[in-house]
Design a protein around this ligand. Sequence first.
Ligand code: ADP
Length: 351
Amino acid sequence: MSDFLTASLVDALPLPILLVNRAERIVSANPAARLLFGRDIEGRAFVTVLRQPALGQALEEALQDDRPGRVRLRISSNGREMVAMATVSPLPPGEEIGLAEGGAVVAIEDVTALEEAEVMRRDFVANVSHELRTPLTALMGFVETLRGAAKDDPVARDRFLAIMEREAGRMNRLVGDLLSLSRVEAEERRRPTADVDISAVLKGAKQTLQPLAEARGVALIREGEEGVMRVKGDPDQLTQIFANLIENAIKYGGSGGEVRINVARIAHEPVLRGPALRVEVSDKGEGIESIHLPRLTERFYRVDTHRSREQGGTGLGLAIVKHIVARHRGRLKIESEKGKGSRFSVILPAS
Ligand code: ADP
């Protein structure tokens, strides 16, 4: 292969690649490697660029024993921590690529995102198991009690059955939310195509939650633009967004006595670059401290786990909202001030 061809091939690769000679000096680096380690790395001793004992050893084995190797590394570059896999492969002599006596090629693969995804997957499974186990343990305990101590006590039996019903309901909601989440995630790249009237969606969500609002003494107030307002969307999923937000506002912000649902048309939304509709669900309840806001849409994140459980929450509601909004190419904005209330805004491209 010609010098020119080798150089162009290596330069075209998106992986950072370093060619190292027998004296353990970097003889060439492709643009991806220069971006990672700096522009002036050619000619430098390898150890001054990547000071990692395990990699040094792999390089020695490649150069001296002709043995390839793979090493996991942590690299800090451009203010970012990265986890990488480095593959070290011996190279035969090649005058034209600056390796008259042979050398080695080191390819660096950024596996940060992969490892993060793996951690997230593990955390998710652990969280789901934990969330299911709590009600399951309660159910099993009560079955045992009903078989034994409470066998002939009709009052206790009724009370325990009521608790069992509540715990089974919790498991049912959790499984329902998990299924919703996985369905929304699976469809996230498929844009919804139906013409949906947001006014009708809000009317439906409001009707569904009216009984809960009344039970808590909360007034549900619809304000802002009225009439038909169309977006391209999935009607069930859009209903789910607003049902979740209104339910949260009643459950966590109900102490303010009212929940407002406001709709506004926006002629030009700068981020969505076009006309949009903004639906705000706001309450005058206790609000959320700002440190929690960025994490609120994470799965199972709650400000107060005990309180959420008491309210029958699964910790998945806002994660579902976030994914549905993303599927609709919209934006979700959360503003809140401790003691004053919260405002959840959904901005959707208007069709
Ligand atoms: P949950 O099932 O716990 O309600 P969500 O994902 O819907 O789960 O909400 C996550 C957390 O966000 C809740 O546990 C609660 O702490 C907080 N939260 C959501 N909406 C509000 C609100 N309107 N006011 C105060 N806190 C809220």
